[in-house]
Design a protein around this ligand. Structure first.
Ligand code: C2E
Ligand code: MG
Ligand code: MG
Length: 578
């Protein structure tokens, strides 16, 4: 084929094209269409690879990217097509060299835009010989959309950090190299939930964004990769296996994340951070194991106190297994009502010394471990969804036992935050009352401070319904949570139980004594009974009496003890420590 410009495709191409042996097809009118068809067609001489023809659409396509094309538009015909195929001329050359090749795609960038050529070799055109055909197509917007979608699928929307899947993929890729040494930090914010609950989600989001920026700034200098894997949980991949160096960086992260956050013009908030570290290959050689173990180390750091940094150790995994075993055993105990007891501790009127009520406290004797404290199994029940069944069991037994008390004292039953606002509490309470025949005003529900914030309307509605039915409601552990006074506005409690930590400190510390006095005073004004919890000594009793508390509960008056009918069984199980 010559260098002559093909002014019209049909002028130069055979008038008849006979595909196979079949009857002739008159081609000319079809070929003339090529000049004016909207697709951008270019032909190339397969021998010299010179461009022989561009149709009108093809000229327009290259005019749009003219600045990025190394040859003037008018000089394109006659120019080797390689000039346009900066990226893969060999592939195109190969395609055009041999007969019978299937069309293939080749993408080329021209400045900001990307054109894709569908390239194939046309054989069997009589009088013309083989012809290289390139059908160009602008794919820039497709690529842009795909990139955006890809970025979205890999990015955390709030912070722009890698999301969990993308981070895991990156980690897998890094760990695929044998003997690769890396450290993984698992960073968890302490106290974020409170900020979210008290100030709302918008403020919470702003804080997370700022925390992410601080984390990225700190990690960038260490050539690290950062991801967000939970609401307030981040992971940092460090390209080295030196755990001392990783711990030093973790400490810097804790310090930076712990500085105050400015949220809007007026607001400031503080959160802390706990960091767990796992090292590859020592603690795992696949992403899943390494992330899980860094997370376990993070939990251990949190248990050790806010702002701690911990390196993974085998005992941490053992602890997790232990917790799973405990959950399995607790489920069995609840299902079979086996080994679970309700103990009762007296609540006493400080002036008359009479027992006004008893608090029902769950106790569990596990066959292998012996007595397990509620401080251990109640959180397990809450996290595993068992608290609903456990709560019903305690309510039912407490009401039954109290119905038999000759003195007519009240029974106080603890209600977990997880039992509130789910639409199940009212039914559980009413059925326990009707099964036992206990008068509603002899039942008191103890709700802990953190259960009601943020003020959840469903929870308040349930408690309001029960209170109108005559059941009393107490605010438990007052003073240990955040924004205690907000609770008193959220619901008209019948009783406030001042946490034992204030009572114990009240003897030595003037500020704790002042808190006890202020709460007692508040109780008087609101006509709410105040109870001092955890009174163990005469000194403490004298102090809370002089500060104005109405009732007391504590070892000084009596430890939690089993009901009369359980006493024999419990004694047979060994010391329970109350
Ligand atoms: P709480 O409701 O504040 O119960 C008072 C805790 O203080 C009990 O611990 C009680 O044994 C302990 N105590 C009482 N007097 C004294 C004292 O003079 N000194 C000291 N040091 N401690 C005293 P216990 O029974 O270990 O229960 C711990 C927590 O577990 C309870 O705190 C309550 O929040 C939770 N809990 C217990 N039983 C149940 C239950 O049936 N359901 C739910 N949801 N939570 C429960
Ligand atoms: Mg209680
Ligand atoms: Mg309490």
């Amino acid at each position: 084929m010559s260098r002559t410009v093909l002014h019209g495709f049909a002028d130069r191409v055979s008038r008849y094209w006979r595909p196979g042996a079949g009857e002739g097809v008159r081609l000319e009118p079809l070929l003339r269409l090529v000049d004016h068809m909207p697709a951008a067609v270019m032909t190339v001489d397969p021998a010299t690879l010179e461009i022989t023809y561009l149709n009108a659409a093809c000229r327009r396509a290259f005019a749009d990217v003219a600045l990025a094309v190394p040859v003037p538009l008018d000089a394109l015909v006659g120019t080797p097509v390689d000039m346009l195929l900066g990226r893969d001329p060999d592939q195109v050359r190969r395609l055009l060299a041999g007969p019978g090749s299937l069309p293939e795609r080749s993408r080329q960038r021209f400045g900001e835009r990307t054109l894709e050529a569908l390239v194939w070799r046309l054989d069997g055109l009589e009088d013309v010989g083989p012809l290289g055909v390139l059908l160009w197509h602008d794919v820039s917007s497709e690529i842009e959309a795909a990139t955006r979608a890809g970025r979205l699928a890999r990015q955390d929307g709030l912070t722009g950090l890698l999301n969990r899947d993308a981070f895991q993929e990156r980690l897998d890729l890094v760990l695929a190299a044998p003997g690769q040494e890396v450290c993984l930090l698992y960073v968890d914010l302490d106290g974020f939930k409170t900020v979210n609950d008290v100030h709302g989600h918008l403020v919470g989001d702003a804080l997370i964004r700022q925390a992410a920026t601080r984390l990225r700034d700190t990690a960038d200098r260490a050539e690290a990769t950062v991801g967000r894997v939970g609401a307030d949980e981040f992971v940092v991949l460090l390209p080295y296996g030196d755990t001392d160096r990783a711990a030093a960086l973790a400490q810097t992260i804790v310090d930076r994340l712990g500085r105050p956050y400015r949220l809007g013009t007026e607001r400031q908030a503080r959160v802390g951070a706990s960091v767990g570290i796992a090292q590859a290959p020592a603690h795992g050689t696949d992403a899943e194991t390494l992330v899980a173990r860094a997370d376990m180390a993070q939990s251990a750091a949190k248990d050790a106190g806010k702002g701690s940094v911990r390196l993974f150790a085998d005992w941490m995994e053992e602890q997790v297994r232990e917790r799973v075993r405990l959950e399995v055993a607790l489920r069995r105990a609840i299902d079979g009502e086996d080994g679970l007891f309700v103990f009762y501790q007296p609540i006493v009127d400080i002036e008359t010394g009479t027992v006004t009520g008893r608090e029902a406290l769950a106790r569990w004797h596990e066959p292998r471990q012996g007595w397990v404290s509620p401080g251990r199994f109640v959180p397990v029940a809450e996290e595993s969804g068992l608290i609903e069944a456990l709560g019903r069991l305690v309510l039912r037994r407490a009401c039954q036992d109290a119905a038999g008390w000759a003195g007519g004292e009240r029974v106080a039953v603890n209600v977990s935050a997880q039992q509130l606002g789910r639409g199940t509490l009212v039914e559980a309470v009413l059925s326990a009352l009707s099964a036992s025949g206990l008068a509603p005003d002899r039942l008191e529900l103890e709700v802990t401070e953190t259960a009601l914030l943020p003020v959840d309307e469903a929870s308040v509605a349930e408690l309001t319904y029960l209170r109108e039915a005559g059941v009393r409601v107490a605010l438990d552990d007052f003073g240990t949570g955040y924004s205690s006074l907000a609770h008193l506005r959220a619901f008209p409690f019948d009783k406030i139980k001042i946490d034992g930590s204030f009572v114990r400190e009240a003897v030595e510390r003037a500020d704790s004594a002042a808190v006890v006095r202020a709460v007692a005073e508040l109780g008087r004004r609101l006509d709410v009974t105040t109870v001092a919890e955890g009174v163990e000594t005469q000194d403490q009793l004298d102090r809370v009496r002089s500060e104005g508390c109405v009732e007391v509960q504590g070892y000084l008056y009596g430890r939690p003890e089993p009901s009369e009918q359980d006493a024999v069984v419990v004694a047979g199980l060994g010391a329970h420590g109350g």
